[in-house]
Design a protein around this ligand. Structure first.
Ligand code: PEP
Ligand code: MG
Length: 885
């Protein structure tokens, strides 16, 4: 197999491996492709990624084959350009750049102007007729080569340049004349020799192999390794090396260099967009030493800038560039991000790649390109990253506003929010009630904080991971949330907090960015989301192409309404416990829990029945005939109990029990490991009256709404945390009995289903048997992940980051399903469930139901639907379509 491919000149592009990014890297494949369609690309060659992998495995040795191939490929460049590397009269200069399969910006090494030494620099000065240019290029080369290849501290060279300018009373590099650069070159060489103990390499072949070696080695540099870990890039891909004839944008006023996009990457507008600089080399544009100029006249005028645009200053080269833009878009059928150089009036292309873009631009371009006939609807659907839609559905911070960042936590729920700091849920509710915007800051949140979370603009917690209570609930409500910000410490007594080294107090202004986890002092301006027409169009296309239904996890009529606006086709999970925390009800709930016997419990439950019935009525009305899965009570009872003396006293007053009695009862309910304790269907088994009340409330509400609206209402009653068929058998019998009672009492009846969550490994394994009792399964992958991995979802935040950093998990398994492990249980349960009951309805309602990679797995497993929190519904719709294509 070939180890080196040439491009430009008389190259032959017939080997498909050359266009394969896995072989020649992104940059190499695209350079060859541009050259093959006739675009002006300086000739060069690409050493394959395979060769870099071999080099690193073989103890950093070059193979003989590689040496021979590089020799031939270099001859190709020399023949095409008509110059030779190392020729003292007319030297060829080359660039040596890395290029992995995916771009890893700034992570690996580049050497420019290679081929200069004490003699070729004179040749370059003579052939270019520009002595200053030649010596400037040589000093740039020594500096870059010393840093990248020889490992010398680049600060030494920068310091020498600063001193040289100071000595001469110069301010800018452009003040330096040929003689000044020449003197600096002598200085640079003596610095290098002092550090190395031998002279700076004058042999150009040694220079070339040194640079190739440095690029190979840079694949395993520390910063590249960290980048790979953060971006899920496997360590065995390796990088290609691209060696290419240099073209110079710094040869006077007819030369230039620039970067450009074929469309505006921020808005998606169909307008050329970019920056360029006259008489400059590539790195000058990005380095920010000189202010780049606009590409088009229109952009310059819009900005009110004086410096001429490229369109005005170099109409010939600009016209050529515009032609290239159109060719590139027609060829790649996507927006391109390019680098170009103009050498003495002639345009050269140095790079093209698919351009990064904002979510808004991605949508606009996808829809526009279908209109323009460049791509079809399916391609458009695949073009938009579902997760990026999140940016569009929430308010975001004004990108131009100043940020005073105090710390960064986990971006648990997107959006942005500013408000006054409040330290508990009741204060949040009170302050919000008088019209103030508040940010609820807690060590962690519990179900009792729900009302405060609802009242707040945003939530900040010191503890907890991406599926901590705060994160799940905030995403569900569409509240922005930053969790696990461990630099936050709270003094509840003093009503103050410390974030990093800054002291704050309740009432101070704080801003959160749920998109990146930043916590900022003061108020930062936000921009409201704009659900433009493109969003609706793309969503419609997605809906036509997906197989799975998309439901929502919601428990209030408001959330249901929101979810329906986002396109939800039913409720996949209504967590009834959230309905119990309402201030007006919690006391009846507590009475029920604290009651000594069944009679006491039934009395308290009777008070809750009409409230629950009203809850379900509200939901059925909004959902208007769409399927609604309602889960009976799940959390351990102790979660509803009072904390702190004041709350115990309040409860004592409300119930007539003494504080001591209440505390004793609370002590009895204490559990060491409540997540594996008295919760889920175990509550229904031991206190059947709780589930009876809930089932009654559901059926009464369903019958009422059905007879009032004439619509069919089909509740799907779901039993949580089932491990055995017998549990479900007992509880299904209970639900069926209550249904018959209600139907008899009301004289109305509705169809209904009884099913179960599959959220314990045993349930997954025994799914075949459990399906005898269940009309549907809903995979509760939050608990299934927790119980399969034996990792507490509420405590994982403390160590999971380290696990991801060390590559133990590719991603947080509470965010993206562990397909290899937990996924096996899901597929196996689906298979066994269907074997018993071929028409069993299968869905997922864990947080993974809103994660695109997990949704792809659900499609492959043949689930009927995914269920996600309201703001994730559009993400799930798009991801489900992508998975089906
Ligand atoms: C689950 O466990 O995946 C689930 C949806 O239930 P909860 O998050 O309420 O435990
Ligand atoms: Mg669960």
């Amino acid at each position: 197999m070939k180890t080196v491919y040439t491009f430009g000149g008389e190259s032959d592009y017939s080997d498909p491996r050359q266009g394969d990014k896995t072989v020649t890297g992104g940059k190499g494949a695209n350079l060859a492709e541009m050259a093959s369609i006739g675009l002006p690309v300086p000739p060069g060659f690409t050493i394959t990624t395979e060769e870099s992998v071999r080099y690193l495995q073989d103890g950093q040795d070059f193979s003989d084959e590689l040496k021979a191939e590089v020799g031939k490929a270099l001859a190709h460049i020399e023949a095409t350009v008509g110059k030779k590397l190392g020729d003292e009269a007319d030297p060829l200069l080359v660039s040596v750049r890395s290029g992995a399969r995916v771009s890893m910006p700034g992570m690996m090494d580049t050497v420019l102007n290679l081929g200069l030494n004490d003699r070729t620099v004179e040749g370059l000065a003579a052939t270019s007729g520009d002595e200053r240019f030649a010596w400037d290029s040589y000093r740039r080369f020594i500096q870059m080569y010393s840093d990248v290849v020889l490992g010398l501290d680049h600060g030494l060279f920068e310091e020498a340049l600063e001193i040289a300018k100071e000595d001469r009373g110069f301010y800018a590099d452009t003040d330096m004349e040929a003689g000044d650069w020449k003197e600096l070159v002598a200085e640079y060489k003596s610095i290098a020799e002092g550090e190395l103990g031998h002279p700076f390499p004058q042999d150009v072949t040694e220079q070339l192999w040194g640079a190739i070696r440095a690029v190979f080695d840079s694949w395993d540099s520390d910063r590249a390794k960290v980048y790979r870990r953060l971006n899920d890039i496997p360590g065995d891909w390796g990088t290609a090396v691209n060696v290419q004839a240099m073209v110079f944008g710094n040869m006077g006023d007819t030369s230039a260099t620039g970067v450009a996009f074929t469309r505006d990457p921020a808005t998606g507008e169909r307008a050329y967009y970019g920056e360029w600089l006259v008489n400059a080399q590539g790195e000058d544009v990005v380095a920010g030493i000189r202010t780049p100029q606009y590409l088009t006249k229109a952009a310059r005028e819009a900005a009110g800038a004086k410096q001429p645009s490229m369109e005005e200053a170099m109409p010939g080269a600009y016209g050529e560039l515009a032609r290239v833009f159109d060719l590139l878009e027609n060829h790649y059928r996507d927006m391109q991000d390019i680098e170009f150089t103009v050498q003495d009036g002639t345009l050269w292309m140095l790079q093209t790649r698919t351009g990064k873009r904002t979510a808004k631009a991605a949508l606009k371009m996808a829809v526009d390109m279908v209109d323009e006939g460049l791509i079809d609807e399916k391609t458009a659907i695949l073009r938009v990253d579902p997760m990026a839609l999140d940016q569009l559905l929430h308010p975001t911070l004004d990108p131009d506003a100043q940020r005073d960042v105090l710390t960064t936590g986990l971006p648990a729920s997107p959006g942005a929010a500013s408000g006054k700091i409040v330290l508990d849920a009741d204060t949040a509710e009170t302050w919000a009630g008088r019209g103030e915007k508040v940010i609820l800051v807690r060590v962690e949140t519990s179900p009792e904080d729900i009302h405060g979370m609802h009242a707040a603009q945003g939530i900040l917690t010191a503890r907890g991971g991406m599926t901590s209570h705060a994160a799940v609930v905030a995403r569900g409500m569409g509240r922005c949330c930053v969790s696990g910000a461990s630099a936050v410490s709270i003094d509840l007594k003093a009503r103050t907090l410390r974030i990093g080294n800054r002291d704050l107090k309740e009432g101070d202004l704080l801003t959160l960015d749920g998109g990146n986890g930043q916590v900022m002092a003061g108020e930062v301006a936000t921009i409201e989301p704009e659900l433009a027409g493109d969003f609706g169009i793309l969503m419609e296309w997605a809906d036509q192409h997906r197989r799975m239904k998309v439901r929502t996890n919601a428990e209030t009529p408001d959330d249901c309404r929101m979810a329906r606006q986002f396109g939800a086709e039913g409720i996949g999970l209504c967590r009834t416990e959230h309905m119990f925390f309402d201030a007006a009800r919690i006391s009846a709930v507590r009475q029920m829990i604290l009651a000594e016997d069944e009679k006491g419990r039934r009395a308290a439950l009777a008070k809750l029945l009409p409230e629950q019935r009203a809850d379900f009525k509200g939901i059925f009305e909004v959902m208007a005939g769409l399927p609604c899965t309602i889960r009976l009570l799940d959390p351990p009872l102790h979660e509803f109990l009072p904390h702190g003396d004041a709350e115990f006293e309040e409860l004592a007053n409300a119930t007539g029990y003494g504080v001591d009695h209440l505390k004793r009862r609370a002590g009895e309910l204490h559990e060491f490991n409540p997540m594996l304790g008295h919760r889920g269907c175990r509550l229904g088994i031991t206190y059947p009256e709780i589930y009876e009340m809930q089932a009654r409330a559901i059926f009464e509400a369903a019958c009422e709404v059905a007879s009032e609206s004439g619509e069919s209402v089909v509740p799907e009653i779901m039993i949580p945390l089932v491990a055995t068929k017998r549990e479900l058998e007992l509880l299904k019998a209970l639900v069926d009995r209550v249904a018959q009672e209600v139907f008899a009492d009301t004289g109305t009846s509705v169809d209904y289903l009884v099913g179960t969550m599959i959220e314990l490994p045993r349930a997954a394994l025994m799914a075949g048997e459990i399906a005898e009792e269940a009309s549907f399964f809903s995979f509760g992958t939050n608990d299934l992940t927790q119980t399969t991995l034996g990792v507490s979802r509420d405590d994982a935040g403390r160590f999971l980051n380290a696990y991801v950093d060390k590559g133990i998990f590719a991603r947080d398994p509470f965010v993206s399903l562990d397909i290899d492990g937990v996924g096996q249980l899901v597929s196996l349960a689906a298979e066994r469930g269907r074997a018993t009951r071929p028409d069993i309805k299968l869905g997922i309602c864990g947080e993974h139901g809103g994660d695109p990679a997990s949704i792809r797995f659900c499609e492959q497993t043949g689930l009927d639907y995914v269920s996600a929190s309201p703001y994730r519904v559009p993400i799930a719709r798009l991801a489900a379509a992508q998975a089906a294509l």
